[in-house]
Design a protein around this ligand. Sequence first.
Ligand code: PMP
Length: 450
Amino acid sequence: MEHRDKVRLLEADRRYVWHPFTQMKDYAERDPVLIERAEGVFLYDADGKAYYDTNSSWWVNVHGHAHPRIREAVNRQMAKMDHVMFAGLTHAPGIELAERLTALTPDGLTKVFYSDNGSTAVEVALKMSFQYWQQTGCPDKTTFAYVEHSYHGDTIGAVSVGGVDQYHSVFRPLLFGAHKVPSPDPRGRQDGDAEAAAAQALEAVRHLFEASAGEIAALIVEPMIQAAGGMILHPASYVRGLRELCTQYGVHLIADEVAVGFGRTGRMFACEHAGISPDFLCLSKGLTAGMLPLSVTMTTAGIYDAFYDDYAKLKTFTHGHSFTGNPLACAVALESLRIFEEEGVLEQAAAAASHLQQAAARLAADPGVAHLRGLGMVAAFDLYRDRDSGERYPWEERIGFRVYEEGLQQGLFLRPLGDTIYFWLPLCTTAAQIDDILGRTEKVLQRMSR
Ligand code: PMP
């Protein structure tokens, strides 16, 4: 890109654009990176400099950017039909994708409701669960349970079941009440025992349900990885335990796999680690391989049946969005699933993931790196000023922001969550690229400790 075009665009960005999750004042004196092109695991800025997309463009990208098969799928669909309403009308991409998803996801999830982002997939699950109980003789089940440090999106319902104070506390007066249960985060324990942390967290859920299951419609969880809350990993036994408790006490289990779905944890869906089926499964991000906005809320025939009645009985689920079931996005999602199948993506990613988990261990040599953890193509650690004495960086020092800035110097797009640094890699990342990313990260860490 010509230098003067770059300057003009960045000036206009500063003047007109309000970016998400961004303190805009941070950019009064510096520019965001103007990305002009993306291919494979790389982003290229206006000067042609490459950056590894280490967070898969906010956890969405699966097969790398500019995948030729995805591009062709969009073009093919665009030539036929762009967008049509999805009530009273239907279309092949929407039908075929629903059929494919019911075959791929855990047993029993046979109904697919479309929306267009992760937050609305969660809103749909919350509203469906609420309405289900209203229509099945349990009108007191009007509240929800959620896990401390969880994040389910930014719309008001999703924020109501969100447990990250930094993002959510300002909105508290607006939100509906919900019961918070402790996170199974093993980092707070002396012994660091994840199974023990899970057992303790499950006990708290049991206590809550014993006292209040009669008023709780559903419990919502991010299975295996609480992502935005700080890449908190929990064992499969936790997810299994939640399934058992929800079944025992008559509470729906909502699995929010918006972030972890589609292979990121080493399985197609994170619930597979635990061998369980939720009552609702929310998917987005990787659904279209990170190319177009689309999401689904999947549920069981039993829940669907409670809404199936004569029109006059008012049991309809009256919820929908303009872009519900967008045919372009559905066509892309179908093509992504074909790529998974035909190109052995999960097998290839399994090898890359085991390389990532082994190779990341070397980061622990840095005296600032603590709680190194990972699953599949995700790895994370917490940055301390001094791990041995337990000294953290003061909040005002914004160590995460410094890591982001130094990462850019090293050709890495890192986007830490506070002082938790993480990789959330596209499934197509090779072992050699992983080594390169880790080597560059070591350089970033060296600069931080100076
Ligand atoms: N659930 C989870 C677990 C997420 O990580 C996110 C987004 N980071 C969402 C829901 C919300 O998705 P969206 O940003 O598409 O609304």
